[in-house]
Design a protein around this ligand. Sequence first.
Ligand SMILES: [Ca+2]
Length: 160
Amino acid sequence: MQAWVTMVVTLATLTVAPVDAKIYERCELAMKLEKAGLNGFKGYSIEDWLCMAHYESGFDTSFVDHNPDGSSEYGIFQLNSAWWCNNGVTPTQNLCHMECRDLLNRHILDDILCARQVASSKNGMTAWDSWTRHCSGHYLSEWLKGCNMHAKSDSKKVNS
Ligand SMILES: [Ca+2]
């Protein structure tokens, strides 16, 4: 009896257990992005990435949004199920060869690698509407304010 109850409780817990998500702190995300080599990648700065991710997801890896066309967008960079990942529902190109649910956990290296692919495609970061609207052509240095980063443009002077 006791074992049975334990099993039912365990199953119920597993069923409702949320993904291991995380809301990233701005500077922590900045460091992850820099480590992954995104500073200057395709001409975009860490600030571009921070600004985009902020307006896309509020740095929340668990964020999912649904589009009128039936596709959905996943995670900190809001990657679309019609193009970049497979959610088992949307007909997809799955260009990043991954499950959309893997974009919802706290481990974002796979998200970053997929987002790099998006930025490498012909539209660059204009693939993200929020980047076009809120970040492109804006003064972005505030995004790295207070972060102890090597990505700042003045870091080159330190060693010369
Ligand atoms: Ca992930």
